[in-house]
Design a protein around this ligand. Sequence first.
Ligand SMILES: Nc1ncnc2c1ncn2[C@@H]1O[C@H](COP(=O)(O)OP(=O)(O)O)[C@@H](O)[C@H]1O
Ligand SMILES: [Mg+2]
Length: 224
Amino acid sequence: MKKTSRKQLIAYKNPTSPVSEQFKTIRTSIDFSAIDSAFQTILVTSPEVGSGKSTIAANLAIVYAQQGKKTLLIDGDLRKPTVHKTFSKNMFCGLSSVLTDQIDLHEACQNTEVPNLSILTSGAIPPNPNEMLSSNKMTLILEELKQEYDLIIIDTPPVTIVSDALVIAQEVDGVILAVRYGVTLKDRIKQAVEQIGMTRTPIIGTVLNGVSEKKSNYYYYAYK
Ligand SMILES: Nc1ncnc2c1ncn2[C@@H]1O[C@H](COP(=O)(O)OP(=O)(O)O)[C@@H](O)[C@H]1O
Ligand SMILES: [Mg+2]
């Protein structure tokens, strides 16, 4: 199997590092914030580009898989997909291929070198991501995957730029907002929170990425 990116998959490559510990803490915080039943579908988005959404989504998926949960990471960023790169897989034969009936859903979900973790890559970049993600077929796909996986994490584009994440947010149990420390503007965060609020899906946490109080401190989870 091809090598995965060490930096991006830190929770797998270096499970005892402080950053990996922080991802486990985030997992615990998410689990504790579930009141009636555990979150099965979690969407990761951010107010703007480059907030570390994809890194957070991939590492969260890894720490859930390490807990023994059958986990699926979906690349719902059909504009700038990166999940295939992170796991050194082919981008094609992914979500857009399933949505356009080119491939069977189960064939499209690929195993990774991380035990218990599968990925559904983006597939070819479509001209109409928003229409695809808001289709009935997308709802059916998620329903089918929920029968099969204990936990599904969906990486998406930034929420204030395109509405793709909002469309999928309506279908999930909770949203994680990735914010880049010292970079994301307050107004952008407010706008993102308002937009997600309209979907009625709860924001189950905000991950403040890039905090450097101590030299190895990257992630901070703000409990909501
Ligand atoms: N805490 C961090 N410290 C340093 N680099 C980071 C951190 N989080 C993410 N990065 C890097 O920043 C870039 C953008 O991150 P990514 O997770 O792809 O963001 P997004 O999906 O929000 O665009 C990547 O090269 C990633 O490795
Ligand atoms: Mg990304």
